[in-house]
Design a protein around this ligand. Structure first.
Ligand code: NDP
Length: 447
């Protein structure tokens, strides 16, 4: 572990004491704090105004009961969360995650990360996150609809175009967002497009929003490779997961000439040396809601459930599944296999030990805060289109996404240079994200 600046030690200790058992939240706070020493030295006014203490305490946390009736007529009860972390730069913005392992610590870690990610984009967005321990997997459309309607029946009081704008995340895709928006509209009697992003194209959504996080991660990788006069042509790429982010990262990487040789789900992984068949993957995952084992069977390949997808040798690795999926062992396997670039498509998929292995081996490493910001960038573009009742073409929106990802990349590196940590994307992303928020907090006084 990197030592913390003395002015940050007591703040970190307070975070762990006030949020017991929330290990992912502690990890996310520690990761940011480890990079802020040069900021504390250069700008003592932030610590004097207790900016960090204030940022680690969400502005508002909502925890609520979500009762609904399953297809057998039984009453089910889940827990819903919305953590509104910071609104100094704009309305709270961040996705909703439906997954059985969601608890307060997951939502807080994601919301905390979101503050800095959103700030780093340069757009007018605050940070928040939400979700539920509901598992959509194996549920009928009717069950998912009844759950989403019940979830929104409580959530609608807390959100709004100028207040808090949720979006999708793991387990919350087009189907869930449709049910959520429909219930919001019904409860409020308002067609308030700007209240949710990730909407369907026929009812207020933006082109490229579905593809944005995966495409954006690959645009970020392009910028990383360009520093050493390389591009994606002929690169061997591995992604993890086979959800929204993974599929679109794989699609864009292959469009740019890479060969994506493996991806996974929680049941195992598949190696497809010819390059993933993206259309088949989309059909299995998005239409049939199938598994990687189905992909393996239909392509005549092995489905591997032992080990990890990170045992597959590659030049570029884009982890797109879930937090802490890539630990020290997996990082060592990647380094032994010759990886030179790792960009996080998921939120915090690499453990601190894994990041250390990459750093020691000279592997270029981009944190999710920077590399997966394409989703929120395009959400912001969706909000702009909704506000002006306009809709842009795919090509125009994609170009806005690409150029913004390049700006984010360059902002990380120029900030890292300014603070004497050249080439450190983690420090550059954290410091650039933090200072913009901190300056606004100083301007607003103690609120
Ligand atoms: P999805 O639910 O669409 O996909 C998640 C994928 O990861 C599934 O294929 C899932 O498999 C797989 N997975 C989950 N746990 C594991 C595991 N332990 N090992 C291997 N595979 C696993 O989610 P998204 O693609 O939307 O999100 C993925 C990540 O990206 C999350 O961290 C999310 O917070 C982050 N992110 C998403 C954004 C977005 O726009 N969607 C924006 C920014 C970040 P299975 O079906 O078996 O569970």
């Amino acid at each position: 572990m990197t030592a913390l600046h003395p002015r940050l030690v007591s703040v970190y200790d307070e975070v762990t004491q006030r949020n017991p058992g929330e290990s992912e939240f502690h990890q996310a706070v520690r990761e940011v704090f480890e990079t802020l020493s040069p900021v504390v030295v250069k700008h003592p006014e932030y610590a004097d105004a207790q900016v960090l203490q204030r940022l680690c305490e969400p502005e508002r946390q909502i925890i609520f009961r979500v009762p609904w009736v399953d297809d057998a007529g039984r009453v089910q009860v889940n827990r819903g969360f919305r953590v509104e972390f910071s609104s100094v730069l704009g309305p709270y913005k961040g996705g909703l995650r439906f997954h059985p392992n969601v608890y307060a610590g997951t939502v807080k870690f994601l919301g905390f990360e979101q503050i800095f990610k959103n700030s780093l984009t340069g757009m007018p967005l605050g940070g928040g996150k939400g979700g539920s321990d509901f598992d959509p997997k194996g549920r009928s459309d009717g069950e998912v609809m009844r759950f989403c309607q019940s979830f929104m029946t409580e959530l609608h009081r807390h959100i709004g175009e100028y207040t808090d704008v949720p979006a999708g995340d793991t387990g919350v895709g087009a189907r869930e967002l449709g049910f959520l928006f429909g219930q919001y509209k019904r409860l409020t009697n308002r067609y308030e497009s700007g209240v949710l992003t990730g909407k369907g194209l026929t009812w207020g959504g933006s082109q490229v929003r579905t593809e944005a996080t995966g495409f954006g991660a690959v645009y970020f990788v392009q910028s990383m490779l360009a520093l050493s006069q390389r591009d994606l042509e002929g690169q061997r790429v591995v992604v993890s997961g086979s959800g929204n982010v993974a599929i679109h990262a794989a699609q864009k990487a292959q469009e740019l000439g890479a060969v994506v040789v493996a991806c996974s789900d929680s049941g195992g992984y598949v190696v497809d040396e010819a390059g993933l068949d993206i259309d088949l993957l989309k059909d299995i995952k998005n239409v049939r809601r199938g598994r990687m084992s189905d992909y393996a069977r239909e392509r005549g390949l092995d489905h591997i459930s032992a080990g990890s997808v990170w045992d597959v040798h590659c030049d570029v690795a884009i982890p797109c599944a879930t937090q802490n999926e890539l630990g020290e062992r997996e990082a060592r396997a990647l380094v032994a296999g010759g990886v030179s670039v790792v960009a996080e498509g998921a939120n915090m998929p690499c453990t601190p030990d894994a990041v250390r292995v990459f750093r020691d081996a000279g592997v270029a490493f981009a944190p999710g805060k920077a590399a997966n910001a394409g989703g929120v960038v395009t959400s912001s573009l969706e909000m702009q289109q909704n506000a002006s009742r306009d809709s842009w073409t795919f090509a125009h929106t994609d170009e806005r996404l690409r150029s913004t990802m390049t700006e984010i990349h360059d902002r990380c590196l120029s900030t890292a240079d300014d603070y004497d940590v050249p080439g450190d994307y983690v420090a550059g992303a954290n410091i650039a994200g933090f200072t913009r928020v901190a300056d606004a907090m100083l301007a607003f006084g103690v609120i």
